[in-house]
Ligand binder design. Structure first.
Ligand SMILES: [Zn+2]
Length: 191
């Protein structure tokens, strides 16, 4: 029978050896080897996780930057741009929870129960939230502009209000003059 010799410390052992990745180790060395293997695995996992977080941050920053540059308009045309691609109609809803008015009624009272300022404040917040969502959707779908925007306020019941914003996601490009006639008339790209 072959001698049982540890690949790490070269000590002969009379118990059995542990095979790790094709090498035979004594009990003490085997546990050290396993520890370093696990430490290495954890390091790889941590690096992968850091990399993932990093990529997510880059993606978020990218979305943020792109969404800040999104053009929003209620019209169907944007001066100086032409629509290169219609991506689709998108609709965003923000519902103001039940109790919006009753909650305010307890705190204030004017002749119609709720101060208009407080209501407007909440509606504005909801509107901003809806626009922010629409911007993010636009970026995710590859749009750089939303045209034909329409904002609707809906009362679902006495205490439930909703804001609905819809618009058409488009990819626009700056208009280039592709030809100019003798009398100064310009032929624009996309027109
Ligand atoms: Zn050993």
């Amino acid at each position: 029978m072959n001698k049982l010799i540890c690949a790490s410390c070269n000590t002969e052992t009379n118990s059995f050896l542990h095979n790790i990745n094709g090498q035979e180790y004594c009990y003490n060395c085997a546990s050290k080897v396993m520890q370093s293997i696990n430490a290495e695995k954890n390091k790889v996992k941590e690096q992968a996780y850091d990399e993932f977080i990093n990529q997510e941050k880059i993606r978020e920053d990218n979305i943020k930057e792109l969404s800040e540059n999104i053009i929003f308009t209620t019209t169907n045309n944007i001066d100086g741009f032409f629509v290169e691609n219609y991506i689709g109609v998108e609709c965003v809803e923000v519902v103001l929870g039940a109790g919006m008015f009753s909650e305010l009624e307890g705190k204030f009272s004017d002749w119609f129960g709720v101060p208009a300022g407080a209501v407007m404040d909440r509606l504005n917040k909801a509107k901003n939230m809806a626009f922010k969502r629409l911007k993010n959707i636009a970026v995710e779908k590859g749009a750089n502009a939303v045209i034909g925007i329409d904002v609707d306020y809906i009362e679902f019941s006495k205490n439930m209000f909703g804001i609905i914003i819809n618009g058409t996601l488009v990819k626009v490009e700056p208009t280039k003059v592709i030809a100019e006639s003798k009398n100064g008339q310009k032929k624009l790209e996309g027109n």
